[in-house]
Design a protein around this ligand. Structure first.
Ligand code: NAG
Ligand code: NAG
Ligand code: NAG
Length: 322
């Protein structure tokens, strides 16, 4: 007996899950509360009967508030309990269906739709996030560029393509349109911005970082994130470094333009982030901490010394070649 009850419980849970909309209905219609809605059955018959799917099963629809009229159904004074999947039937069977939703766009506040771009280049999509309590399916569309609907990927991010030209002044704002549905309701929102205002570069790469031989100086060289547009002279970056001073364990920051910097002092560890220099974009995330030197007295071991020497020699060689 207990097993049977559990089975029934599981089954009803399953049915409840099915009745929530986890994807957008193929055909849907929405209207605001208290409005009159006309649903149209696509059929070559002259009249049809209408039904609505509810949690308890399918019900016939024909009342003061839902009046069939030929192949149409007129829904008066729309309320939440009138939402759902409507089907129309002829004597030959199912003719058409349409999901009716209550439009709550005007009631919604704090829509929490955000986008960032790693680059000015349209080779990379915008990364958008959007969450909304009680809604179960979401999609976004780049309305400015006539893009198609995009659903979120596994990590909840929407990758929205755009066609902005990175080399010319951006004249028109991007407009991202979002739609969300639940089993009863519908929300639509627009979010518009200039690409230049949402750029957040990916983290730079620390390619060189060593304590200079016999000197209290650290040389750091970074390379721009691989997603950053080229030529880099046209899209210069500003960098910020945060580092820990070995003597007192204090942290300091320094900002510079270009890819190379020299920091005074004996440094234990450092990290770097970047932003667009000309437009002062958002900062990238920090790189992971990078350890400069591990030995306690702040002196380089023999092996490392040699390494530094050859590196310096190589550098000089390259300089002389230029
Ligand atoms: C609505 O009903 C039609 C016909 O039974 C069905 O094909 C469709 O998947 C249903 N839609 C939803 C969202 O339940
Ligand atoms: C950083 O640069 C190194 C050396 O050029 C490369 O091997 C590594 O893949 C780069 N890492 C990232 C995250 O770009
Ligand atoms: C996920 C995320 O970044 N959400 C932010 C979107 O923007 C609003 C308003 O600026 C913030 O409050 C959210 O935290």
């Amino acid at each position: 007996m207990g097993l049977l009850v559990r089975f029934i419980l599981l089954l009803s849970l399953l049915i409840i899950r099915i009745s929530t909309l986890n994807v957008f209905p193929e055909k849907f219609h929405f209207g605001e509360k208290h409005t009159t809605i006309i649903l149209d059955c696509k059929t070559n018959k002259n009249s049809v009967t209408w039904k609505r799917e509810e949690a308890q099963g399918t019900v016939d629809v024909d009342s003061d508030y839902e009046k069939p009229d030929g192949t149409k159904l007129i829904v008066y004074d729309l309320q939440e309990d009138q939402t759902g999947n409507y089907t129309c039937w002829s004597d030959e069977g199912l003719e058409d269906y349409i999901y009716l939703l209550l439009d709550k766009s005007k009631e919604a506040s704090d829509l929490n739709l955000n986008c960032t771009a790693e680059s000015f280049s349209c080779a990379h999509s915008l990364k958008c996030s959007w969450t909304l309590n009680d809604y179960t399916a979401f999609r976004l569309r780049n309305t400015r560029d006539g893009g198609s609907w995009v659903s979120s990927s596994v990590d909840g991010l929407f990758l929205v393509p755009h066609t902005t030209n990175p080399f010319s002044e951006e004249s028109e704002r991007l407009r991202i349109t979002g739609e969300a549905v639940s089993s009863c309701c519908y929300i639509k929102t627009d979010y518009s911005f200039y690409l230049r205002d949402i750029v957040k570069p990916a983290g730079p790469n620390i390619t060189k970082c060593f304590q200079k031989k016999n000197k209290e100086k650290v040389e750091v060289v970074v390379t721009p994130p691989s997603t950053w547009p080229q030529p880099h002279s046209f899209f210069p970056l500003k960098h910020q470094i945060e580092y820990e001073i070995r003597d007192n364990g204090k942290f300091k920051t320094h900002e510079w333009e270009g890819l190379k910097v020299e920091i005074q002092g004996v440094i234990t560890k450092l990290r770097v982030r970047c932003r667009d220099l000309l437009l002062l974009s958002q900062w990238s995330d920090w790189t992971p901490w990078k350890h400069v030197l591990d030995n306690k007295k702040g002196k380089l071991s023999k092996g490392k010394k040699k390494n530094t020497k050859t590196r310096n020699r190589r550098k000089k060689g390259r300089k002389n070649q230029q």
